[in-house]
Design a protein around this ligand. Structure first.
Ligand code: OKV
Ligand code: MN
Length: 247
């Protein structure tokens, strides 16, 4: 009995070995699980379910095979793939969950989220997030021809990269703080949902944090990215382990 949690694969044609590692993980391990949860940023970029992508097709087929084997697959949108829609969800056989969601994990309530909502010190990002989650804005973007969306995405990625490297070259300690979760928001989130366990990705800082929130002992589990190797949280009724997957 094992439930699997992953996030931040950032699948991209430029890193085919990671897509292969993920396909092997689905074939070998996920097929045997109780459930698979993907907590966002499965893809490095997503500009609409209608975008032709052999890699996204292969991933959809492999995920659907897991679902067909009787393993429920759940997906929470990340900050990169926030435009993944119900059409791709059908092709991949997964269920899209709201961000955040509380699930019952072997009898305990656990809060799941991508993790970007916890990074409240990055006000510029939170502004971008609020704007790009507007359904009217999204429908307008998705109605544009593919070439226009590709050009827009390239510009967004260039601007983001420029901003990141500028922030890094400035105050390095400040960069580390701004791009990590805000402790006050973590505390508030534990209180708001009344849980004592949360699982998220996004920050690419894999760890299991024990902390106090509202006078309770709480656990915050952070999944790692799949840039150099895989990262998977395996939960059984008896406990959890956060492991690397060699590529
Ligand atoms: C995703 C991020 C690029 C961060 C969507 C309006 C809509 C543009 C879009 C273009 C970019 C997603 C869809 C991408 C996330 C970046 C750079 C930084 C910080 C809308 C305009 F739908 F909301 F209206 N885009 N792409 N970034 O390349 O996948 O998260 S993307
Ligand atoms: Mn992210």
């Amino acid at each position: 009995m094992t439930t699997l949690f992953i996030s931040d694969l950032h699948l991209d044609p430029s890193r085919p070995a990671i897509t292969d590692l993920f396909l092997a993980f689905l074939r070998d391990e996920a097929m045997q699980a109780d459930a698979l949860y993907i907590l966002g940023d499965l893809f490095e970029a997503w500009i609409g379910d209608d975008t032709p992508s052999p890699a996204a097709d292969a991933v959809a087929v492999a995920l659907h095979a897991v679902a067909d084997a009787g393993v429920p697959v759940y997906f929470i949108r990340g900050n990169r793939d926030f435009l993944v829609g119900e059409d791709y969800a059908r092709r991949a056989g997964f269920t899209i969950l709201p961000d955040p969601s509380v699930i019952d994990l072997y009898g305990r309530p656990v809060l799941l989220q991508h993790g970007d909502l916890l990074c409240t010190d990055d006000t510029a990002y939170q502004q971008f997030r609020a704007q790009t989650r507007d359904p009217v804005f999204q429908a307008q973007f998705l109605s544009q021809p593919l070439a226009a969306r590709i050009a827009f995405a390239q510009k967004a990625r260039d601007a983001s990269q420029a901003r990141q490297s500028e922030m890094k070259q400035g105050d390095r300690a400040q960069f580390e703080t701004v791009t990590d979760v805000a402790p006050a928001e973590v505390d508030a989130t534990f209180g708001r949902y009344g849980v004592d366990t949360m699982i998220h990705g996004h920050t690419h800082r894999p760890a299991i944090h024990a902390l106090q929130a509202g006078g309770r002992d709480c656990t915050r589990i952070v999944l790692g990215d799949w840039y150099e190797q895989g990262s998977v949280l395996r939960v059984t009724p008896d406990g959890w382990t956060l492991d690397s997957l060699a590529s």
